[in-house]
Design a protein around this ligand. Structure first.
Ligand SMILES: [Zn+2]
Ligand SMILES: [Zn+2]
Ligand SMILES: [Zn+2]
Length: 247
C-alpha cells in the first residue's frame, strides 16, 4: 500500500502541488531550517539552480544567491555587495514558512521554458527554441528562444513550490493563462476516477493523444507499462492535462 499523504494532510499546503508527498523531489521531512534555524520544521532541500533570497543591507531589495555556491552576490537595485546569508556549506534545508515567505526559490521547468527566481520576478519564462504558443504574449530573444509573459505572482508561486519526481525532468503545464496544479502519476484507475462519466478509456483517448504522444494504448497502462503519466488539473476550468515520460 503506497502512502498517499499530501502536503495538505501535513498542514503545509501548496496550491500547485496536490499530489502525494512521496512524489515531491526535495521534501526532507522534519529538519532544522538553515535560514530561520527553527528545529523540527517541515523542510525542503535546495539543490543546483535553486536560490536563497535575502534583503539587501543597503536598500532592502531582495537579492538572490545560488544555493549551491556560497559566495557573495550583488544587489540588482543599488549594486551593493551582499554576503552569502547562510553560514554553512553543503545541502541547505529551508522550512515551509521560509519557502512560502520567499526566502528561497526552486528552479522549475515548464512547457514554456525554465523559470528561475529572476525569471519569476520579471514575469517572463526563460523560453524554448522554436516554441509555438497561442493565447500568450511572447518575446523572441536574441538567441531565437521564444519567451512567454506570465504574471509574476503566478511564476513566484511556482518557484515557492517543490518540484516533483520524474525520470527526465519536470515540465509544469499551463491552462487558462495560469499554471496547473500537479496532481500525481496516473494509472488506469485514476483516469476512470477522474472521468466525469466514469469512462476512463475515453478520457485517456482524449488526454493522451496528438503530436508527441507515444503509442501506448489503454491496455498497456495495465500491464508492463513502460513509462509514467504525470497529471495536472487547471485551477480555473478544472480540466486535466498530462504528459508522459520513460527511462
Ligand atoms: Zn525557516
Ligand atoms: Zn540594494
Ligand atoms: Zn483551464
Amino acid at each position: 500500500m503506497q502512502d498517499n499523504t499530501t502536503f495538505r494532510d501535513l498542514g503545509i499546503p501548496f496550491s500547485l502541488f496536490d499530489a502525494p508527498v512521496r512524489l515531491a523531489s526535495s521534501y526532507t521531512g522534519k529538519e532544522r531550517c538553515d535560514l530561520c534555524e527553527k528545529q523540527d520544521a517541515h523542510s525542503f532541500r535546495l539543490g543546483i539552480g535553486d536560490d536563497i533570497i535575502a534583503p539587501c543591507v543597503a536598500c532592502g531589495e531582495p537579492v538572490a544567491f545560488d544555493a549551491d555556491e556560497p559566495r557573495p552576490s550583488h544587489c540588482s537595485s543599488c549594486d551593493t555587495e551582499a554576503s552569502f546569508p547562510v553560514s554553512k556549506s553543503g545541502d541547505i534545508n529551508v522550512c515551509y514558512e521560509c519557502l512560502r515567505e520567499g526566502r528561497a526559490a526552486f528552479t522549475q521547468d515548464t512547457e514554456f521554458g525554465m523559470v528561475r527566481y529572476e525569471d519569476a520576478v520579471r514575469g517572463l519564462t526563460h523560453g524554448v527554441p522554436g516554441l509555438s504558443v497561442s493565447g500568450y504574449e511572447t518575446i523572441l530573444n536574441e538567441d531565437g528562444w521564444r519567451q512567454v509573459n506570465v504574471p509574476s505572482n503566478i511564476l513566484l508561486e511556482l518557484v515557492r513550490t517543490p518540484s516533483f519526481v520524474t525520470w527526465q525532468g519536470e515540465r509544469w503545464l499551463f491552462c487558462c493563462n495560469d499554471l496547473m496544479t500537479y496532481v500525481g502519476e496516473w494509472q488506469q484507475a485514476d483516469f476512470s476516477r477522474q472521468a466525469k462519466d466514469g469512462d476512463g478509456q475515453a478520457l485517456f483517448a482524449q488526454l493522451c493523444s496528438g503530436e508527441g504522444w507515444t503509442d501506448w494504448s489503454w491496455d498497456s497502462l495495465r500491464t508492463d507499462f513502460p513509462g509514467v503519466i504525470y497529471a495536472f488539473r487547471c485551477r480555473t476550468c478544472e480540466t486535466h492535462r498530462v504528459y508522459w515520460d520513460c527511462d
